[in-house]
Design a protein around this ligand. Structure first.
Ligand code: FAD
Length: 404
C-alpha cells in the first residue's frame, strides 16, 4: 500500500470517519466548549414549558427547568427515554451501546456536560487507540500499518466508556432528576402557536397547553412533516430542513465463539460508511462481539433484502471472503440490530452540524414567534457533534427560553 497515493490517504480519512461516525477534531473541540452553561446560572420564569422529545437534548433542557423549579412537562413519543442513546445488557457479558457509542471529544468535556468543575474526570474511559485494523474494498483485504493507526489516534483521540455506556452517562447525570416529568407514548402531531398560548396535540388526541414549547425531535422527524404547525412554518425553514444531511443507517452486533477479526475493518464505500469493529475492544468482556455500522448509500442494499437474517447472511458471506470461512465457522447464531434509519421516531442516524451551511443553521435555530424553540444535535452551537452537541444545545436553548 502506497500511502502517498491520494486515494490511499482518502481511504485513511474515510477510515477515521468510519470509526468515529463523524468527521473529527476531538481534542480541539474542547476549546470550543462554552465557559459556562445554563447549569451554572439561575432563572426565574413564571410560565409553563413543554419539552417535546426525551432524547439527550430534551432531557438536558429539562434539567435546567428542574433545577430552577420551573413548571414543565416532557412529551415523549416512545415508551422509553434516551432517543438515539440506547444500551443492551442481554446480548453479551458487557453493556452494548446500540446507539451513540464514542466520545468524539476529549474526556474533560464530560465535566462540562454534567456541570462538574475542574479537569479531573470521574468516568472510566477506554482510549480508542486501535493497533490492529484493515480495509476492504470488496475484493482485497489490506492490513493498515501501525503508524497510520497512531496517526489517527493522535489526530482524533476518541474514547469509549469502559464498563458503562453513553446511555448510562446521560441517565445518571441528566435523566435521573427529570424522568418523573416524562409523559411516555405521547407522539406529538400538532403544534398550534397562533394564540397567546401554544397548543400541543398528540396523535391520540390529548391536548396540552404551554407558554413556550421546546421541540427536540430529530431532523428526520421534521423532514417527514409528521408534526404540523399552525401557522405553517416558512418555506425558507422547510427548505433548510430538507437540505440537512441525515443518512439512513443501522447498527448490528454479531456474536462469535472466537475472535478471528481485528479491531476494525473499514469497507471502502462511495457515500456514507460501512465498518466492522470489535465492540468489546478493551471492555471487561469474555464475549466476542463484532459490530457493524452502515450508513448512506450501502444501507439501501441491505434494506432491500427485507430481512434481518438475510443481512446477517450477507455480512457472514463478506467476512468469510476476508477470513477464509472463519465467520460462518465461529458464528453463534445470535445478532442484535437497531435500525435507526427506519425507526418511526428517529428516521435517520446523525447529522454533522459543522458540515452544514451557517445560513441554514441560522434559519433552523430561529424560534417561531418566541413561542416554539428548537434544540437537538443539529442545533449544536459549540461544534461538539453527537451527544455532547445535543446536550449543550438543550442547555443553550433552555437559557434562551427562560431569558428571551
Ligand atoms: C447508530 C448511531 C451511532 C451514533 N454514534 C454516535 C457516537 O458514537 N457519538 C456521539 O456523540 N453521537 C453518536 N450518534 C448521534 C447521537 O446519538 C445523537 O446526536 C444524539 O443522541 C441526539 O440526541 P437528540 O436529543 O438531539 O435527538 P434524539 O435522541 O433523536 O431524541 C429525540 C426524541 O424525540 C422523540 N420524538 C420523536 N418524534 C416525536 C414526536 N412526534 N413526539 C414526541 N417525541 C418525539 C424521540 O423518540 C426521541 O426520544 C449516533 C447515532 C446513531 C443513530
Amino acid at each position: 500500500m502506497n500511502f502517498r497515493e491520494p486515494l490511499t490517504l482518502f481511504a485513511i480519512i474515510l477510515f477515521s470517519i468510519g470509526l468515529s461516525g463523524c468527521l473529527n477534531w476531538a481534542a480541539r473541540a474542547v476549546n470550543k466548549l462554552p465557559n459556562e452553561t445554563a447549569l451554572d446560572k439561575s432563572y426565574k420564569y413564571e410560565g409553563k414549558i413543554i419539552i417535546i422529545g426525551a432524547g439527550a437534548s430534551g432531557l438536558a433542557a429539562a434539567k435546567i427547568m428542574e433545577q430552577n423549579n420551573i413548571d414543565y412537562q416532557i412529551l415523549e413519543a416512545t415508551n422509553r427515554y434516551g432517543g438515539r442513546l440506547k444500551k443492551d445488557t442481554s446480548f453479551a457479558d458487557f453493556p452494548i451501546d446500540i446507539g451513540a457509542e464514542w466520545l468524539h471529544s476529549a474526556p474533560v468535556s464530560l465535566n462540562k456536560l454534567k456541570g462538574k468543575k475542574g479537569l479531573e474526570v470521574d468516568e472510566d474511559l477506554i482510549p480508542y487507540h486501535l493497533s490492529n485494523t484493515a480495509s476492504w474494498d470488496g475484493k482485497k483485504y489490506t492490513i493498515t500499518p501501525k503508524w497510520i493507526n497512531n496517526f489517527i489516534y493522535n489526530f482524533m483521540p476518541e474514547s469509549k466508556f469502559k464498563n458503562t455506556t453513553w446511555y448510562d452517562f446521560v441517565d445518571e447525570n441528566i435523566a435521573k432528576t427529570v424522568k418523573h416529568k416524562i409523559q411516555f407514548n405521547a407522539p406529538v402531531s400538532k403544534i398550534d402557536y397562533s394564540g397567546q398560548k401554544v397548543i400541543v396535540t398528540t396523535r391520540n388526541g390529548n391536548i396540552y397547553t404551554a407558554d413556550r414549547v421546546l421541540l427536540t425531535v430529530s431532523i428526520g422527524i421534521l423532514k417527514s412533516e409528521d408534526i404540523t404547525f399552525t401557522p405553517e412554518i416558512s418555506n425558507e425553514r422547510r427548505i433548510a430542513i430538507e437540505s440537512i444531511n441525515f443518512h439512513q443507517g443501522f447498527k448490528m452486533a454479531l456474536k462469535f465463539s472466537e475472535k478471528f477479526y481485528p479491531d476494525a475493518i473499514n469497507c471502502i464505500v462511495e457515500k456514507g460508511e460501512k465498518v466492522y469493529y470489535d465492540i468489546a475492544f478493551k471492555k471487561n468482556a469474555q464475549t466476542h462481539v463484532l459490530g457493524f455500522l452502515c450508513t448512506g448509500d450501502k444501507t439501501n442494499e441491505y434494506y432491500s433484502l427485507n430481512s434481518n437474517q438475510k443481512i446477517v447472511d450477507s455480512l457472514l458471506e463478506e467476512l468469510d471472503q476476508m477470513f477464509q470461512g472463519k465467520a460462518s465457522e465461529f458464528y453463534l447464531g445470535e445478532y442484535l440490530i437497531e435500525n435507526w434509519g427506519q425507526h418511526e421516531f428517529t428516521q435517520g442516524t446523525w447529522t454533522t452540524a459543522f458540515e452544514e451551511k451557517k445560513s441554514t443553521l441560522k434559519v433552523l435555530s430561529q424560534p417561531l414567534d418566541n413561542k416554539v424553540y428548537f434544540a437537538g444535535e443539529i442545533f449544536d452551537t459549540y461544534q461538539q457533534m453527537g451527544v455532547p452537541g445535543a446536550i449543550l444545545s438543550g442547555y443553550f436553548t433552555a437559557d434562551k427560553i427562560l431569558t428571551d
